[in-house]
Design a protein around this ligand. Structure first.
Ligand SMILES: *Cc1c(COP(=O)(O)O)cnc(C)c1O
Length: 363
């Protein structure tokens, strides 16, 4: 099947080369935006149409646009890399396309043909290829998203949507050896309840997590770890990253995808790689009290969080209402480091890609 065509409207005044080079020398994360964006419109009865790459800029929205009132919005996050041979590639973008549609179904939004999702990402990266940071570990972070744009205050699924992709030059999240994060257990707020939207990548889940995250930062922690909403007992995930536990016997555990956890593509990739190494991986619930007991007894040796942005981040300590425990010695443990390296080597085209995860963009 031939790729859907995106009309290209080049930016009349792209960022000047010398300015851009300064920006991408130290891009940080999520703030150094490229010159263009992708956009596709949807209207009920007409379907998806008007696919374009256009100059990045503000949107004009009617104040009654449904998303501003009822939060019908979903998003994705993925990275484009330059491989060591210079080619541009996406990592498992087909999995992002499928997850985007799973999120769309949960939020009563129209599905986007997978090939349209993929081509929107490719066409944008081609248009902004000069934005790849020249630094080790540099990438272009892509943020596809879709929201309800119908002008109507009645409560029903919108009949009109906008799909966009914006892109940001992105540095190596952690330059040398990821520092371990300090986690605060959210005692008050939960992120997702059974039957809710925890498995959908929607802005609303993030909005619900911000109060706990703000409190954690104010108290000197890095991230919040959320517990299950029903019993407040089982470890679920961080606001935007999945969690893994590594045991003394070499086995690995991660919470199961029971509908309240976001099915991370990094999570799934690491499970696959760990099983290929012959490690036992359990997708089973893990109680917060057990985590604490296992860390203190030495049965648990490492814990890490994972997601597209930082890939793998070691957990250094976990704090609850009146207790706290440390894990490891402050840096990444051996298993954490090894799994991360295997994944990064595949992403960069340095290790054999047995699963076809690295998809070259071409052009
Ligand atoms: C996006 C996300 C993740 C990580 O998913 P990846 O596909 O690995 O980037 C984990 N948890 C939540 C809540 C997320 O939104």
């Amino acid at each position: 099947m031939s790729a859907p065509l995106f009309a290209i409207e080049p930016h009349p005044h792209p960022v000047e080369a010398s300015v851009r080079e300064g920006m991408i020398a130290d891009p940080g994360f999520g703030r150094t935006f490229t010159d263009h964006m992708a956009m596709v419109r949807y209207v009920e009865g007409k379907g998806w149409h008007d696919a374009r790459i256009l100059p990045r800029g503000p949107l004009s929205l009617d104040p009654a646009a449904a998303v501003l009132h009822y939060a019908q919005e979903i998003f994705e996050g993925l990275k484009a890399y330059r491989l060591d041979d210079g080619a541009m590639a996406l990592f498992r973008a087909d999995a992002n396309a499928r997850r985007f549609n799973a999120s769309a179904r949960r939020m009563a939004m129209p599905e986007l043909p997978e090939e349209l999702f993929l081509e929107s990402c490719r066409a944008l990266v081609r248009a902004d290829a000069q934005w790849f940071p020249p630094v080790e570990g540099g990438s272009i972070y892509l943020r596809p998203f879709m929201f309800a744009s119908e002008v109507f205050l009645g409560v029903k699924p919108s009949a009109e949507y906008l799909y966009l992709v914006i892109a940001a030059a992105s540095g190596n999240y952690f330059k040398s050896g990821a520092p371990a994060v300090r986690l605060l257990v959210s005692e008050e707020d939960t992120r997702a309840a059974p039957g809710g939207t925890g498995a959908a990548k929607c802005g609303g889940n993030y909005a619900a997590s911000l109060r706990a995250q703000r409190e954690a930062i104010a108290r000197g922690f890095d991230q919040v770890v959320f517990l299950d909403a029903a019993e407040r007992r089982f470890v679920e995930e961080l606001g935007g990253m999945n969690l893994f536990f590594v045991f003394e016997d070499g086995s690995i555990q991660t919470p199961p995808l029971d509908g309240t956890i976001l099915p991370g593509i990094t999570r799934e990739s690491l499970i696959t790689l760990a099983r290929e190494e012959g490690l036992t991986v359990r997708e089973e619930r893990y109680a917060i009290d057990q985590w604490r007991a296992d860390a203190q007894s030495g049965r648990l040796t490492e814990s890490f969080a994972c997601g597209t942005a930082a890939v793998v981040t070691p957990v250094g300590s976990v704090t609850g209402r009146d207790w706290s425990f440390a894990i490891g010695s402050g840096g990444p443990g051996q298993a954490t480091q090894r799994l991360k390296q295997r994944l990064v080597d595949i992403q960069r085209g340095r290790a054999a890609d047995a699963h076809g995860w690295v998809q070259r963009i071409g052009g």
